[in-house]
Ligand binder design. Sequence first.
Ligand code: PMP
Length: 286
Amino acid sequence: MSRIVYVNGEYLPEEQAKVSVFDRGFLMADGVYEVTSVLGGKLIDFGGHMARLRRSLGELSMGNPLSDDDYLAAHRELVSRNGIENGMIYLQVTRGNPGDRDFAFPPEDTPQTVVMFTQEKDNLADNPAATTGWKVILTEDLRWSRRDIKTVQLLFPSLAKMEAKAAGADDAWLVEDGVITEGTSNNAYIVKDGTIITRQLSSDILHGITRAAVLRFAREAQMKVEERGFTPDEAKAADEAFVTSASAFVMPVVEIDGARIGEGKPGPVAQRLRDIYIEEMRKAAV
Ligand code: PMP
């Protein structure tokens, strides 16, 4: 069945939805995006995603074509029109179509492009992968240095994901100057002697919306949290490891570059945080 997608104010069957070949998102990856999960037909942490969207746009001196209320209404409309119980809503905003290709930004009144679509995923909350855990490989982080901006420039993460798949793993953790930054599309954590360790916020990593919520819940549950970088050796010797993202929630990691983590099974901290996250976010969903 064809989806109904949103393009610049219109709701269209996906086959009829079109964006210009001159769109700067297409030509220059001059666009930003957000992915919001849907559980039980409701949006998870929508406010967090809107706040980060505003920040990404601001960092790139790009306008924000819609209000938060407009984005919310469009998200809800897509959930309803596509009958989404569980899944994700993808939102992309670009600098639009100046009608030609030019490195210089187009005039500020150039209409921007806004696209949204749904991806259904029935087992989002009871994902079988969460009971076995992910295997990750380590690879060099060759992305640009403004990873705090959620741009659609995703070629390197995609290459790293393919490298992981070729190695029989689920994802790659990226390493820069001997320290892990994050996963290809998630934030990375280890647990040692009960302390949760994850890289501090900076322009080296994306400021995960799930990361913020999970660290808040961890602190509320009196767990110890250290925000600092950790090395591959430290990771391989950890008691537990996991990643967080809007679509994976809290996903245990059981192997890092061939080294078994802990018992080689999802650990208690990751499992507990996953349960708390899903429960609390369901309550707060809009
Ligand atoms: N880091 C990167 C590089 C990502 O692409 C993502 C997911 N978009 C994350 C972290 C996790 O962010 P969030 O929890 O907001 O999905």
